[in-house]
Design a protein around this ligand. Structure first.
Ligand code: FAD
Ligand code: MG
Ligand code: MG
Length: 323
């Protein structure tokens, strides 16, 4: 694309979705872009009020043992979440809320729950505890007793998809949406070239990358244990849980990145791959050759990438080997 004449830029930074949201919009008309920023921020706030597992009055948290009517946005996100949960054999679990609610990792109240508490919470987890129905054009959700939804591993991706679509429909031709590291793009860069997105090196300071993904449109999402964790008696506990054990997932990976047009899918899948670990992720990917994924093996400086990622990813740190 070419804007002809001078390219204007409008940048916004907000604290939303429990993280830092950065928006960069490009175009010809600065006033229009600034208006778009404001509308985008209002849209994120609206989605947060629907999807949040943390806010007690969110739509997701109001779900319970009876059928509760929900918005089309929440219904659609849960529908996608259940689909991906099934496809990943529950490694991605939108009903992990009872476990995340025990650990509270990422909050001031983070703690190590007792084994008995975890044992009691586990049967309340699992995506089959969430039911959906549509009736006369209205949408409803219901949970089994004691179950709790947590969409923390997919909702930022969904929000990014909704924002990208909205910006596009409004006539924004080039934009970078960064929802706490969940990146989504509208169009190419204003100079017409592909975006170059650095992938954080988990062993280094924020902003230091081990490689770059080059893409226009679409989305790049990374999951890892290095952003949200707490330490107790020398043990580090991170925020991505194995739904089978209720403890932080033991994974060979220190970082998992998925690049996909669909940010909802990219977000959920990179969390799922982290939980699955190497063997299970490999098996899944044998059946899904279209997925562009980049894995960093913990403590080994080895990068594994899928064939679909080969054209997109370039390592930038020479001390890493690519396989
Ligand atoms: P991802 O790997 O994408 O997701 C990990 C998160 O998903 C975990 O933090 C947990 O919440 C959940 N999860 C853990 N294991 C699994 C699993 N096996 N399957 C599925 N999900 C799993 N944080 C705050 O501190 N305060 C807030 O008020 C707050 N509000 C939020 C509102 C919304 C709408 C969203 C989307 C997030 C919010 N967050 C908030 C952040 C949230 O709690 C997560 O920490 C964050 O979404 C993690 O994203 P990630 O990209 O780091 O990791
Ligand atoms: Mg995720
Ligand atoms: Mg994420």
């Amino acid at each position: 694309i070419s804007f002809g004449g001078k390219t204007e830029e409008a940048d916004g930074e907000y604290f939303r979705l429990g993280t830092i949201v950065r928006l960069r919009l490009f175009g010809k008309d600065k006033k229009f872009l600034e208006g778009e920023l404001e509308r985008a921020d209002a849209e994120i706030a609206r989605l947060e009020a629907l999807f949040s597992a943390n806010a007690a009055d969110s739509e997701v948290r109001r779900a319970g043992g009876e059928w509760v009517r929900v918005s089309p946005e929440t219904y659609e996100l849960l529908r996608r979440a259940l689909e991906i949960a099934e496809e990943t054999n529950g490694a991605f679990d939108p009903a992990i809320g009872r476990i995340t609610g025990l650990w509270k990792i990422g909050t001031e109240e983070a703690r190590v729950p007792g084994a008995e508490e975890i044992r009691a919470a586990l049967p309340r987890c699992g995506y089959r505890n969430i039911s959906l129905k549509e009736e006369d054009g209205a949408r409803f959700i219901k949970l089994s007793k004691g179950a709790r939804i947590d969409l923390g591993a997919i909702a930022k991706g969904r929000a990014a998809d909704i924002l990208a679509k909205k910006l596009c429909e409004d006539g924004v031709k080039s934009a970078l949406i960064d929802l706490g590291g969940n990146l989504a793009l509208v169009g190419a860069k204003p100079d017409g070239k592909a975006w170059r997105l650095g992938i954080q090196d988990p062993g280094k300071a924020r902003g230091e990358y081990f490689g770059v993904v080059e893409t226009s449109d679409g989305s790049v999402v990374t999951s890892g244990p290095y952003e949200r964790f707490f330490e107790k008696e020398g043990v580090r506990y991170h925020h991505i849980f194995d739904p089978e054990t209720g403890y932080p997932a033991k994974s060979e990976f220190s970082s998992v990145t998925v690049a996909d047009r669909d940010s909802t899918k990219a977000d959920a899948l990179c969390t799922a791959f982290f939980v699955m670990g190497h063997a299970r992720a490999e098996k899944y990917l044998e059946k899904h050759k279209e997925i562009a994924a980049i894995f960093l093996l913990d403590g080994e400086n080895r990068i594994l990438i899928t064939d679909a990622a080969r054209g997109l990813f370039t390592p930038t740190d020479k001390s890493f080997s690519l396989e």
